[in-house]
Design a binder for this molecule. Structure first.
Ligand code: SF4
Length: 376
């Protein structure tokens, strides 16, 4: 049931992705990169579950040092997430097999330098070290200039993420670099389907990395992911994928198991349809955690939010729970109630209005009061 894919084949060292290569399944370490023991343990858990590639986030020179130690102790293929700090690329390159940059994060540093020059720098590093690359567009962090062009358009968000990906493909193509994949992610599987179909129509040659970002806790997070992957894989779209679930660190291998199961089900024609009202009612979005997570109580918090809010299942309310202060404020923008973790406090937002920071013991009570008020 998976038709031949039209994408070209690229290589991440000896792993072929795209074309007629098997669909690669990958995941990301949810631990702080500088906690070398915990991160290595994550890498091994993911490898044991059958991950083809493991991503690690790097934010600082200290993270790069930790990455070098991790690299020396594992043969797993490693991808690095450059977050906002794209200038670390040349330092991380000797230790990894693939670089991921987010077009929406390139404007943060060296504001006087053009985006094209920053992309040229990244491609130069990738070429020098023989690395593959991912252009990873995320709806929660679209570049401000691209977002502005689509403001006021009902489909603006979906169009902006596709446009951002297309423009960055052009920049990279002009530099004569072909070893790249693209991802276009959103927390709503319907947006993921639409955006990836549009992109694949425009650039069928570019391998696609599929993902529903912040899908949240199982089982709902698995259902949201399955909705998108079934629709895309069965159209021959998708060359590698990541299932993003909010799970305790030791259970992260489940992301790989679920990814492989979805591929096997689509290959065998086993589709799980959902009723038309699946998207009605309470929607909880939660990030999968990464090296930026500010307090390990985040996973428990996400699980507690889910339990606490069960009584509101019938209400069309979106609650977003994020692990850090860097991406938390932006990624909660579209939610009715947004929470993001700091080391000792959890920040709470109602729509665009910030309500303050509460201790991990206070936050659930305050969240319930706000949810009750919204329902009322
Ligand atoms: S919200 Fe923060 S902690 Fe969660 S995955 Fe994104 S960057 Fe990592």
């Amino acid at each position: 049931m998976i038709p031949p894919r039209q994408s070209r084949t690229i290589h991440i060292r000896d792993l072929a992705v795209g074309g007629d290569a098997p669909i690669a399944v990958q995941s990301m370490a949810a631990t702080r990169t500088q906690d070398i023991e915990a991160t290595l343990r994550q890498v091994r858990i993911l490898e044991a579950a059958g991950a083809d590639l493991v991503r690690i986030a790097v934010d600082s020179a200290a993270d790069v040092e930790a990455l070098a130690v991790i690299r020396a102790q594992t043969k797993a293929l490693l991808s690095v997430d450059l977050q906002e700090n794209y200038r670390l690329a040349e330092k991380v390159a000797p230790h990894v097999d693939k670089l991921r940059y987010n077009p929406g994060h390139l404007h943060h540093h060296e504001k006087s330098k053009s985006i094209a020059d920053k992309v040229a720098y990244l491609v130069g590093v990738a070429k020098e070290h023989g690395l593959a690359m991912r252009i990873g567009v995320n709806a929660g962090s679209v570049a401000p200039d691209v977002r502005a062009r689509f403001e006021g358009n009902a489909e603006g968000e979906g169009l902006a993420i596709v446009q951002s990906a297309l423009e960055h493909c052009e920049l990279v193509d002009r530099l004569g670099f072909a070893d790249y994949v693209v991802s276009i992610k959103d927390s709503d599987p319907r947006v993921v389907i639409d955006a990836n179909v549009r992109f694949a129509e425009a650039r069928p040659d570019v391998p696609l990395h599929l993902g529903v970002t912040e899908a949240g806790l199982p089982p709902d997070g698995i259902v949201k992911t399955r909705i998108a992957f079934e629709q895309l894989l069965s159209r021959g779209i998708g060359d590698t994928l990541r299932v993003s679930l909010t799970l305790p660190f030791d259970d992260k291998g489940e992301e790989i198991v679920v990814g492989r199961q979805i591929i096997a089900d689509v290959e065998a024609g086993r589709f799980r349809s959902v009723p038309p009202n699946f998207f009605d009612g309470l929607n909880i979005i939660a990030c999968p955690s990464c090296s930026r997570v500010e307090n390990e109580r985040f996973i428990d918090l996400a699980q507690d939010v889910k339990k606490l809010t069960q009584y509101a299942q019938e209400h069309d309310v979106t609650i977003a729970v994020m692990g850090c202060r860097v991406n938390g404020p932006g990624e909660t923008d579209d939610a009715d109630l947004g929470l993001w973790c700091g080391p000792n406090f959890v920040n709470l937002k109602k729509g665009p209005e910030e309500l303050g920071a509460f201790t991990y013991d206070e936050i659930l009570g305050r969240l319930k009061a706000e949810l009750d008020a919204l329902i009322g």
